[in-house]
Design a protein around this ligand. Sequence first.
Ligand code: SF4
Length: 317
Amino acid sequence: MSTQQAMVAFPRGFCAGVRRAVDAVEAALLRFPTPIYCFHEIVHNRQVVDRLSAKGVVFVHDLDEVPSGGVVLFSAHGVTPQLRADAQQRGLTVIDATCPFVAKVHAEVKRFAQDGYTIVLIGKRGHEEVVGVAGEAPEHVVVVEDPGEARTVDVADPLRVAVVMQTTLSQAEAGEVLGALRHRFPGLKTPPNSDICYATTNRQEAVRQLSEKVERVLVLGARNSANTNRLVEVARKAGTIAELLPDMDSLEKVDFAGVKRVGVTAGASTPESFLDAVMAALAGRGFEPTSLPPVAEESVTFTLPPPLCRQSESARM
Ligand code: SF4
């Protein structure tokens, strides 16, 4: 038996929102003539984007790049209401794959704004999800990224302040910002349930436990994937050396000298095929694959967004 082990975290990889978004693109490719268009990357993963591009998906960063009458998909990250309105006005066929957990945060912002609150949105400025959520009520929302910003943020009325969060934050990092906000605004209004989604929570707990067992953690995923970066941070915070691997080339640069146990996990937008390839490469270096018990069972699934779900419903009838 090999003395070197490659331990794999579970849960890892695709979450329900990403799976739905990718399935929506595949279903749209079967239903509509190509090209079909996707606003931004459907998920933050090069392998997925390249595979879909080869099948006839064009990824755009401006709605004007979609020709009149075209089909456009919105990613799991969601978009602003303004963008939705623009698409409607242009007569585009919209397939909205916004993750229902992100849609929940949009709904919270609308409700707090209607009630006259200043809404502090904890998240990374400029990330698509944050841009989309803030767009629900731009005049009410202020984005804060860290406890320092929370301590100095300007609000119209300190007695009417609410908070929402980006779904992919780390619990620890969000908790610190929330603590600073609560200290400043004792009446801070919070949503009934955490905005950090089940998939984020489970993957972070899985990598935290993994980090206690290994000398080095490899987190597979894209550099612009928020949840993947959080996994790296959680692993480092747990005291291990952790690095993000966006592709197979990056594996070649990892220094395995003296490493007996390496941990592997994958962000919520990373396909299992990439993990399989990395595990095979590690096996080639003498690391025996070892699966860890799941830290949580996941059973969340979503139906395809309209009009694709209507098609599948009518197909079943
Ligand atoms: S990470 Fe969570 S919020 Fe984001 S797409 Fe996946 S399930 Fe939805």
